[in-house]
Design a binder for this molecule. Structure first.
Ligand code: AMP
Length: 401
């Protein structure tokens, strides 16, 4: 059974076709710069065929047509007929409080996604466009939405409510929603399997460290706290995002530099974090290389990241009342040996001990880097949001029965 997974962004469309039974990725593609100059399409199949070309995509509809053409083409195709696609799973950024689980696309669901536009002004409209274009071009194929926020909806009010006047929660929905939910769910479920336990009674801290980073505390398989907030700007400093700062800094800089809300938003989202501190790069590989050459601000950015991460891990262990396993995932978590070691340094008193040889030799694949006898297991689990979306799509539609 073949499932199409789509991530529709404001000017891009990413897709994968996954074979449910074998979990094999049959093809993966990207249409970028849609509606901008020189739109580009790339498409790769599991039998090594690769396509890359400048295309004339004016709209997402053009991109979906191109995707269908490529998937069914003689040279680069992986299906003979569109009917072989049994369902489509769409990634949607924000489901607000409306969605605690995946949902099959209906008019009501589309309406609810529209109600969440305010929370994901860049992503949600683009996600909905992807859904509507697929409905038009591939009618009759069931579609499912998977929300980045849904996994975190199990957080209790004490974890999700901000200490602002309560009316802002009631009237405007201001609260912590959390993101990277599909990733935190996927890696925590995989960690529970590695522990050989049922979800009930397990305590796990998941560390999704990439260009965007977030942590989640997962108890009994359910999220009880996470670091991102109303938007993905909150939590640990990230590639270009500032993460948590004193909120009074915002009006202070706005007044001092005579900035409007969009300008300060841009500074906090695009010019801060690792890039803002180092002045060098948002990329952890560049930071490590320049720090090694003696760049003090690159080293400082890395130190801030690992120090803040350590504090979050320890506080989540307190929130959980203990921990069975930590999981590192995403670009930095899966590959950056030094960041992992630094972040865990000093947490031995909590039963977290890693084997430095195992850590140094494990990149980008599933494994356990904890020391023999460590009370807490430390897993590396590459995230696979597309596979998780495909599996959740099949489950919701009952297609595997
Ligand atoms: P992601 O957003 O999950 O794709 O992660 C992107 C981040 O992962 C970038 O900052 C990369 O520098 C970092 N990254 C990817 N591979 C490595 C690696 N081998 N070592 C260190 N950092 C890496």
């Amino acid at each position: 059974m073949k499932i199409l997974v789509i991530n529709s962004g404001s000017s891009s469309l990413k897709y994968q076709v996954i074979a449910y039974e074998t979990r094999e990725v049959l093809c993966v593609g990207l249409c970028e710069r849609i509606g901008i100059d020189e739109p580009l399409m790339s498409h790769k199949t599991n039998n090594g065929k690769e396509y890359k070309a400048v295309r004339d995509f004016k709209t997402h509809k053009d991109a979906v047509f191109a995707m269908v053409e490529m998937m069914t083409s003689k040279e680069y195709g992986i299906i003979d007929d569109l009917n072989e696609i049994k369902a489509i799973g769409h990634r949607v950024l924000h489901g607000g409080e409306e969605f605690t689980a995946p949902a099959q696309v209906t008019d009501e669901v589309k309406q609810a996604i529209r109600r969440c536009f305010a929370w994901g002004p860049l992503h949600n409209p683009a996600n909905l466009t992807g859904i509507e274009v697929c409905e038009e071009i591939m009618p009759g194929i069931p579609q499912v939405t998977i929300f980045d926020t849904a996994f975190h909806q199990t957080m209790p009010a004490k974890a999700f409510l901000y200490a602002l006047p309560y009316k802002y929660y009631e009237d405007l929905g201001i609260r912590r929603y959390g993101f990277h939910g599909t990733s935190h769910m996927y890696v925590s479920q995989e960690a529970i399997k590695l522990l050989g336990k049922e979800p009930e009674g397990t305590k796990i801290v998941t560390c999704h460290l990439g260009n965007g980073s977030s942590f989640a505390a997962v108890k009994d398989g359910k999220c009880v706290d996470t670091t991102m907030g109303l938007t993905p700007l909150a939590g640990i400093p990230m590639g270009t995002r500032c993460g948590d700062i004193d909120p009074a800094i915002v009006p202070y800089i706005m007044k001092a530099e005579n900035l409007d809300p969009d300008q300060i938003d841009h500074i906090m989202n695009k010019e801060s974090g690792m890039l803002g501190i180092s002045g060098v790069s948002s990329d952890f590989r560049d930071l490590a290389a320049t720090a090694k050459e003696g760049n003090e601000r690159s080293q400082l950015a890395l130190d801030i990241f690992t120090y803040q991460g350590k504090k979050i891990i320890a506080s989540y262990i307190a929130a959980l009342g203990g921990v069975d396993a930590l999981v590192f995932t995403a670009g930095v978590g899966e590959n950056d040996v030094n960041t992992r070691a630094e972040m865990l340094k000093g947490l031995e008193f909590m039963g977290i001990e890693i084997d430095h040889d195992k850590n140094a030799n494990l990149r980008g694949k599933v494994g356990d880097i904890s020391k023999e006898g460590s009370k807490v297991r430390v897993f590396i689990i590459p995230t696979n949001e597309e596979l998780s979306i495909a599996l959740q799509t099949v489950e919701l539609l009952g297609l595997a029965d």
